[in-house]
Design a binder for this molecule. Structure first.
Ligand SMILES: [Zn+2]
Ligand SMILES: [Zn+2]
Length: 428
């Protein structure tokens, strides 16, 4: 038994925001009430802290099987809980690709063995994510995938994407797309604009994303599939999603912390640091402003990290040769609080919606709520604690973050999974 006392419980799934106690028994939420008492329960004092349904990251890369030198399922799950996430959904671009039930089962087993965050695998849309033939979607569904995606790459063949969306309905799975049409810029290194010109790097225009988002929304309407746009990054894309929602289409989208906190000017000022290189690239100031507005008005459904570990040696390559991706699990909560909550863009309750309630809804996970009887996944955080990011102390195996040494206000304090405190910031 675990009794979390004196915290402010915020649970948008039951319109709850009040100072009460939360009692967990046998791994499930037993009660939420004032001044609860339970003989023999372990007490967690949450005075001045926020107690929320466990945060769910819809988009991480755990690198196992195949690239264990970057991250393993266990090290990724450790980074997740140290960042306040109780569940992560991992993309299939491992080696081998998660395009069949044996890889799916392997990931689930490794996740269970780690006994940290829940690990929910996402299956590939196409075999080997090569974009040629559909993967064994039904078989992977039975083995436990929660969505399908070829993330890392877009599905360029429109006919194939249409069929994938039709199949997805039969299996009740969301289709997650990495929206990037080539636009004649296959070897891009950053966003196309004044800074790519100044830096002499090939640019990828925002239009590359916009075109693909428009196609996927068109297919969402045609097929009735649930379509989720990964890491949305441009002003026009969020506008397309806004209009799709007004039409009542089943379209949702996520944004990463780096896309709401950084722009292409930061790439320029980093002097070619590959820790500012990712797909989609950091966009313009006007794109960032449109992203912030879409977080405010509800167009963006979720914050997801696109946690993408790479070894230091890989990121040491010249900017245009270095691999895309940055890690994000251990900085997401602090960036969300500092950049969005404390700047008045969103409320704490909307933050919980973006990191828990909505992610659970989008992938239909039995999570994202503290209703009595559900699995007791709980994230506890301190909205006012000041921290300085120290990448050398990360639980992730990799260090490729653009946020090292940033001073931020707000931090995770504990992660509780199935009623067990799996991580707690001992420094208080
Ligand atoms: Zn992607
Ligand atoms: Zn990704």
């Amino acid at each position: 038994m675990l009794l979390i006392k004196n915290g402010t419980i915020i649970d948008p799934s039951q319109s709850l925001e009040k100072k009460e106690d939360l009692l967990v028994r046998d791994g499930r939420v037993e009660a939420i009430d004032k001044s609860l008492d339970a003989e023999g329960a372990e007490i967690f004092d949450a005075t001045d802290l926020i107690v929320a349904p466990g945060f769910i990251d819809l988009h991480v890369h755990l690198r196992e099987p195949g690239y264990e030198y970057k991250e393993t399922i266990a090290s990724g799950a450790r980074a997740a809980v140290a960042g306040g996430f109780t569940s992560v959904c991992c993309m299939p671009n491992t080696k081998p690709v998660n395009d069949n039930s044996s890889v799916t089962s392997f990931i689930i087993e490794q996740g269970r063995a780690a006994k940290l965050a829940n690990v929910f695998p996402i299956g590939a849309i196409t075999q080997g994510s090569k974009g040629e033939q559909l993967a064994e979607i039904g078989e992977m569904r039975s083995a436990g995938i929660v969505a399908i995606s070829d993330d890392g790459k877009p599905v360029l063949d429109s006919g194939l994407m249409r069929r994938a969306m039709e199949y997805s309905r039969d299996f009740d799975l969301a289709v997650v797309d990495h929206c990037e049409d080539c636009c004649g810029a296959a070897d891009w290194a950053m966003h196309e604009g004044e800074y790519s010109a100044l830096m002499g790097l090939n640019g990828l225009p925002g239009a590359a994303e916009d075109l693909h988002v428009a196609r996927d929304i068109t297919f969402a309407e045609l097929t009735g599939a649930r379509v989720h746009i990964a890491h949305i990054s441009t002003a026009r894309s969020v506008d397309l999603v806004r209009r799709a929602k007004q039409k009542g289409l089943a379209v949702s989208c996520e944004v990463t912390p780096h896309h709401f906190a950084l722009t292409d000017k930061d790439v320029y000022e980093s002097s070619y640091s590959a820790n500012f290189k990712m797909a989609p690239p950091l966009r313009s100031q006007s794109d960032l402003e449109a992203i912030i507005e879409s977080l405010r008005d509800g167009t963006i459904d979720a914050i997801a990290t696109d946690h993408a570990p790479h070894h230091a040696n890989e990121k040491m390559l010249e900017f245009d040769r270095a691999p895309n991706g940055v890690i994000g699990l251990e900085t997401a909560i602090s960036l969300t609080l500092d950049r969005l909550v404390h700047r008045g863009v969103i409320s704490l309750s909307r933050m919980v919606e973006l990191l828990s309630t909505n992610p659970a809804r989008i992938f239909k996970l039995d999570r994202g709520t503290l209703k009595v009887g559900v699995a007791a996944d709980v994230t506890i955080f301190d909205p006012n604690k000041k921290i300085k990011v120290d990448a050398s102390k990360f639980q992730s195996k990799s260090r490729n973050t653009p946020f090292d040494e940033w001073e931020l206000k707000g931090a995770p304090v504990a992660a509780i999974v199935g009623g067990r405190v799996v991580w707690r910031n001992e420094k208080g």
